[in-house]
Design a protein around this ligand. Structure first.
Ligand code: SAM
Length: 249
């Protein structure tokens, strides 16, 4: 059927792709990718041929012309598969402008869900998952990063942060300041790849570990949410009983 198909691709392990994603990559009339070479390589691994179909690059910033072409193809009744370099398109990756524009024009957009580093990290981190906040990449500059983190220090939801391995130590130093060095965290590295590791502990403990062995490869930091003010279920119960007593007086 005509429309844009947002295809999730693996975040490391080439086999982490869905059968439906391979079907769509094999049958779409036009292929679009953040990185055309990565997509081509992935299709080769899975024996999905191009068969003369065009493969175009799409980025949000240089995307005006590509977006217009994609919209035109869809209006002409064709299907377009779009993949970002890794994982789920639009998640700290290009595609948002394209989807917003197609939606504005009333053209069909379909998601072919699959791997996403944020969700994979949450699954394995061992921290609460009932509420979480995806923060993406922190600002690179120290002062900006500190205020960006400080804004989230009291939030109760688990926080998910993407960071380059060279900056993980600085990120933990900043977190010690904003969230406190006892806050539980998990550093999820190279998920689904051969050197996958998950370090779990307090900010202070992880800081010690990354100072000893600087992390390499792709990293997601998962940070526990702040404990509720006054903590303890008992405190909460007492507070509730007191409040009810005041009400009935
Ligand atoms: N769209 C991707 C997704 O669905 O997760 C994210 C793209 S973003 C440009 C790349 C960042 O995702 C990396 O810097 C890292 O923080 C995280 N990431 C991607 N693959 C990863 C992996 N295998 N293990 C750990 N983190 C990963």
């Amino acid at each position: 059927a005509p429309g844009l198909y947002l295809v999730a691709t693996p975040i490391g392990h080439a086999r982490d792709i869905t059968l439906r994603a391979l079907d769509v990559l094999g049958s779409a009339d036009l292929l679009a990718a953040e990185d055309t070479r990565t997509l081509q390589k992935l299709m080769q691994i899975h024996g999905v041929g191009r068969e003369g179909r065009a493969l175009i690059a799409y980025h949000d910033h240089s995307g005006g012309a590509a977006a217009a072409r994609i919209a035109e193809e869809i209006r002409a009744g064709r299907s377009v598969a779009y993949a970002s370099e890794a994982g789920s398109p639009l998640i700290s990756d290009p595609g948002y402008r394209l989807v917003a524009e197609l939606a504005r024009q009333g053209l069909p957009v379909t998601v072919i869900p699959g791997a996403c580093a944020a969700v994979a990290a949450l699954s394995v981190a061992g921290l609460a998952t009932d509420r979480f906040l995806f923060l993406g990449f922190p600002p690179a500059k120290a002062a900006a990063r500190l205020s960006w983190l400080a804004a989230e220090a009291h939030g109760g939801a688990t926080q998910v942060i993407y960071e380059s391995p060279r900056r993980v130590e600085d990120l933990l130093v900043a977190l010690a300041e904003t969230h406190g060095e006892d806050r539980p965290v998990a550093l999820c590295r190279e998920l689904t790849k051969s050197y996958e590791t998950v370090l779990r502990g307090s900010v202070a403990e992880l800081l010690e570990q990354v100072r000893e062995t600087p992390p390499r490869g792709e990293c997601v930091l998962v940070v526990a949410g702040a404990a509720p003010e006054g903590a303890g279920a008992e405190d909460m119960e007492t507070a509730l009983v007191n409040a009810l007593e005041r009400l009935s007086m």
